[in-house]
Design a protein around this ligand. Structure first.
Ligand SMILES: Cc1ncc(COP(=O)(O)O)c(C=O)c1O
Length: 394
């Protein structure tokens, strides 16, 4: 990477402003660097019990949270194979690239997916949830799959309204929610919002490197798992939940990432989750102020669904968003998120989640503004000032 950098940008730290993996705090890196211990010994058990006690609150659950050595994709698969059977119908929504990938996975696993089309600028419409479930009089839909924060678009779906739509239809479907880019950044409450499986992973709001996948599981989902017939082995919740009771795992766990997770939970606890969410909201607001101030377009079309974790900026057809990203990387040593799937080349994404201070965001927006100017995008220079006013406010 260094070889492609303009010499002027050498020195100082790389700006990793993609919407995950995010910047890993020093404290977490130091925790990960502790010596690996015997995962069948008493110290490990004590640490795991302590970790699991502190993990639930981030999800808003007092129930089990299964931790896998996996990426988020693995945790997606775990949610499906533990709760569903071959030929089950699931309801999913085309909110963007990740919702489409999860749909593809469900279909590959032998599920029948009712995929409600979307324009990648909006979240899940609770009205559409109500409509589809009301039409399913035989209750053949076994689960509703929702991506809480679509990382490809910067759009956050309203889970409480979706839950209300399911309840309003009197439908027994399970609610499976992907919080991969929202957990620890955007308000989320597994239990209070009646979610059955919350899927997440380590490398976004939890400020860890990639490598841990999570399923927070409701009592209803645990019950569904007893009769679900999709094949499970590695992903099977049951032996993991059972081993966790004594502080162990049925396989060799990623001990050092678990050290990191414990430290990340301490950091979140010290700031306080409500303050963490408020910081993300404020950073997102400042970023949107910059984008609007520049005279550019936000991809998210509904202000009720603005993401506090990232902002996707839509460029006109005369610009190649990836060329601009490359220029910003080479000249200012900053990585921004690329346009995914059908948004390739049209969108760039500014990640503002995880460990991020006001000044880091100011530097990020400064780099974006300079990059846009150098790329010849006609912008209003007041964009950055509008963002700084929000960051500076008492
Ligand atoms: C919303 C969402 N779901 C799923 C995934 C897939 O996770 P992973 O790449 O860790 O497998 C991602 C990755 O960025 C994501 O943002």
């Amino acid at each position: 990477m260094v070889a492609t950098l303009d010499k002027r940008s050498l020195g100082g730290q790389h700006f990793l402003q993609i919407p995950g993996p995010t910047n890993v705090p020093e404290r977490v890196l130091r925790a990960i660097a502790q010596p690996t211990i015997d995962h069948r010994g008493p110290d490990f058990a004590e640490q795991t019990l302590d970790l699991l006690r502190h993990l639930g609150p981030v999800f808003g659950t007092s129930g089990p949270v299964v931790v896998y050595p996996s990426s988020g994709t693995g945790a997606w698969e775990a949610a499906l194979v533990n709760t569903l059977s071959p030929g089950d119908r699931v309801l999913a929504f085309e909110t963007g690239h990740f919702a489409s990938l999860w749909r593809d996975m469900a279909a590959k696993l032998g599920l029948i997916v009712d995929f409600v089309p979307g324009d990648w600028r909006r979240g899940v419409d609770p009205g559409a949830v109500a409509e589809h479930l009301a039409a399913d009089r035989e209750h053949s839909i076994a689960a509703v799959m929702v991506v809480h924060n679509e990382t490809s678009t910067g759009v956050t779906s309203r889970i409480p309204d979706i839950r209300a739509a399911i309840d309003g239809a009197g439908h027994p479907a399970l609610l499976l929610v992907d919080t991969i880019s929202s957990l620890g950044s955007i308000d989320y409450r597994h239990e209070e919002w009646g979610v059955d499986v919350t899927v997440s992973c380590s490398q976004k709001g939890l400020m860890l490197p990639p490598g841990l996948g999570f399923n927070a599981v409701s009592a209803k989902a645990l019950d569904a798992a007893k009769s679900a017939r999709l094949p499970t082995s590695y992903w099977d919740w049951e032996p993991i939940v059972a081993a966790n009771e004594a502080g162990y795992y049925p396989y060799t766990p990623p001990t050092n990432l678990l050290y990191g997770l414990r430290e990340a939970l301490r950091i979140l606890d010290e700031e306080g989750l409500p303050n963490v969410f408020a910081r993300h909201d404020r950073h997102a607001e400042a970023t949107r102020a910059a984008v609007r101030g520049w005279g550019l377009e936000l991809l998210c079309a509904d202000e009720r669904e603005y993401s506090s974790a990232l902002t996707a900026v839509l460029l006109g057809p005369e610009h190649d968003a990836d060329k601009i990203r490359r220029l910003i990387l080479e000249r200012f040593d900053m990585s921004l998120g690329t346009g995914l799937g059908k948004l390739a080349g049209r969108v760039f994404r500014i990640g503002h989640l995880g460990a991020l201070s006001d000044l880091t965001l100011a530097g990020t927006l400064c780099g974006v503004q300079m990059g846009l100017e150098l790329a010849g995008v006609r912008i209003d220079h007041g964009g950055l000032r509008s963002a700084l006013e929000i960051l500076r406010a008492e």
